[in-house]
Design a protein around this ligand. Structure first.
Ligand code: SF4
Length: 308
């Protein structure tokens, strides 16, 4: 981690000097309130530049942020004196769901129709407001907390563009200072510096605690995502169990009022109907849908939607 830290600091210094970053020629850090952008914020040259007003923080408020994330962004603004620019979308998550359905399938998948809701949602709630803010503020550079090991797409991007490059889309230099860090590196850095982070990360959910041989040594934890509270993208990694345990009211609103439970139930029925050995499961799902309804099914069987 020490070598990676040295490298990131040198890289940021080089980027600042090559682009003459100052209070008159500002740069920007895309700050989501998650641990990765918080790590970039706490790299010494970035922190100094944020405090002296040469780097602005751009917080993209999707209007479906966790209260904890908003609170953390306010803390960063008030305690560090950071200039936080807030970008907001023109539409809402609810509107998108009404028109395209829930963004359940991964972004950029081969099946265009399946991934359409996710593509539209991320473009409307994240990309468009970000582009608008970039145009309005004309920052000389932008930085992110992107890491290559987060996903296949990010690894591909890292290989293609590297950690410092000219972005044709944004028409300025872009830098990903911790592109080659792992999640372990990030937390080791946090521990070494002791900087504050979003308290959502302290809400722990064990995914294998129902196993007979469960022990804290072999515990599998839900990898907390701090973005859009109602996003079902992370449900494959245990988000609904985490929501159920730590945010029961929001979980209820999402599953019942917003209708995600019904959508997931239909997906299950479709999946089980195609597999002969799943007849018993199929009958249970049909009973839940047609006799009990999602709300009563959840009361009787709370972990029902913990996995897809
Ligand atoms: S993370 Fe999910 S809810 Fe948020 S913008 Fe992307 S698809 Fe929409």
């Amino acid at each position: 981690m020490k070598e990676k830290l040295k490298h990131s600091i040198k890289l940021v210094e080089k980027v600042f000097s090559e682009n003459s970053i100052s209070r008159e020629n500002k740069g920007m850090l895309a700050f989501s309130g998650g641990i990765d952008s918080t790590t970039v914020l706490n790299l010494p040259p970035v922190l100094a530049a944020v405090k002296d007003g040469s780097i602005d923080l751009l917080f993209n408020d999707t209007l479906v942020e966790f209260p904890e994330t908003r609170k953390f962004v306010r803390y960063v603004r008030d305690e560090l004196g950071a200039n936080v620019v807030i970008a907001k979308p023109k539409t809402t998550f609810k509107e998108i769901v009404k028109r395209y359905g829930f963004p359940i399938h991964p972004r950029g998948g081969k099946d265009y129709l399946k991934s359409r809701a996710t593509n539209v949602c991320c473009s409307a709630l994240k990309k468009a407001p970000m582009k608008k803010a970039l145009k309005e503020h004309g920052w000389a550079i932008s930085m992110t907390g992107l890491r290559a090991d987060e996903s296949y797409n990010r690894r591909t991007m890292a290989k293609r563009y590297g950690e410092y490059f000219f972005s044709k889309t944004y028409k300025h230099n872009r830098c990903h200072p911790i592109l080659h860090w792992t999640l372990k590196d990030v937390w080791a850095f946090q521990k070494a510096c002791g900087f504050k982070y979003n308290i959502l990360y302290d809400k722990v959910t064990y995914l294998n605690d129902g196993a007979a041989d469960f022990s804290y040594e072999n515990a599998k934890k839900y990898p907390v995502r701090t973005g859009c509270w109602c996003c079902p993208q992370a449900l494959r990694t245990g988000k609904l169990k985490w929501m159920r345990e730590h945010f029961p009211k929001m979980f209820h609103a999402l599953m019942i009022n917003m209708g995600l439970g019904e959508v997931l139930l239909d997906m299950r029925i479709k999946k089980n109907a195609n597999v002969k050995t799943r007849r018993a499961l199929l009958m249970r799902d049909i009973n839940y849908k047609e006799i009990f309804g999602v709300e009563r099914a959840l009361e009787a069987h709370p972990c029902y939607f913990d996995t897809l």
